[in-house]
Design a protein around this ligand. Sequence first.
Ligand SMILES: *Cc1c(COP(=O)(O)O)cnc(C)c1O
Length: 411
Amino acid sequence: MDKNDSFSKRAIHSSGVKKDPYGALSVPVYNAVAYEFDSAEAMEQAFSGKTGDFVYSRISNPTVQAYENKVKDLTGAFSVTALNSGMAAISNALMCVAYSGCNIITTRHLFGNTYSFFVSTLAAFGVEVRFCDLNDIKEVESKIDDDTCAVFLEIISNPQMDVVDLKKLSDIISKKNIPLIADTTIIPFSNFEANKFGVDIEVISSTKYLSGGATSVGGLIIDYGSFDWSKSKRLQSLEKEHGIGTFTFKLKREIHRNLGAYMTPQVAYMQNLALETLQLRYNKASETTDKIASALENMPAVKKVNYPGLTSNPYYKVSKSQFGENPGAMLTFDLESQEVCFNFLNNLQLIRRATNLFDNKTMALHPYTTIYGTYSKESKEQMHIYNTTIRLSVGLEDVADLLEDIMQALK
Ligand SMILES: *Cc1c(COP(=O)(O)O)cnc(C)c1O
């Protein structure tokens, strides 16, 4: 398969593995834990990592590797590592670069568990988290020092829906030799080329679009090999030997093995298959979302719609330059009060009251009392989480059916 072939052609036809002995067209689920060797010498070679042979399925597995190889092919990345949740991808990636005494620059507009991982889990190991507005370059620069190990962000924050100008940010931080780690869950690589916008390490919750309709929990770390790791305090000693592969070496030879959250073959099978329909599903869901956003803007009960694909949105221009016309299948909107939000949710007939993103089914929830329910009032204020907001994750139903449900529920 050629790099210039279309996404769909590559997603459906590149295999990522050796020819199957039975000619099976989909990659089988290798439910094996251990792998046998013909000789002690071959075993020694495999354990040293020289042959790439499989040894033990916490470390690597043929079915999972087929999925990793396919994603590598589709993104043009240096390496891909599949883990068993989005949180595993985020925590493994940061554990590769962070060290006691370092700091990470990010924003308070983060997925709830990511925020908690930063301020509770990492903090206990001496990692400082510095929050700022990542569109305020002066503020970002003022937070950077010799111990800044990474800048971390979500390409569209959930549920605030703000968009960082990645080119502007990455220009500045790459000059200061700091890697950009981005959670790109909200726009899959079929429609957003992260590395072109300066992202060095991409982390994804593959539970969402990639799983093909909420089939499984998973995560991916995509390393573009674009960062000079001789500039990383944590990794510089490895850089001479491993060059652009330094981060991947640390991740694959140490961190992910020690943390033990590798993807399972059943999950890799489902998510690999789902790649074949990724772009099709994403395009349909994001087009529907754009139509719903426009319709909501014209409904009197709706006070505000947050979707960067709307021309009235303050991020419209930067969003369009990064993600194209329809930036994803999530939007939020504000109603009069928490009570009105609850009434809306309780009236829904077709749209599900559930928490997930990019399922095939459309879902709605009230972030303030659910995802952020255990956060203090002050924290929610700092994170700009309001009790008037509804979050909608749009699935694959027809737009007319969804609008009909929304309109009757608002009455
Ligand atoms: C869901 C989600 C995560 C966490 O992923 P899991 O697969 O649930 O661990 C992280 N970031 C974003 C943006 C998400 O939507």
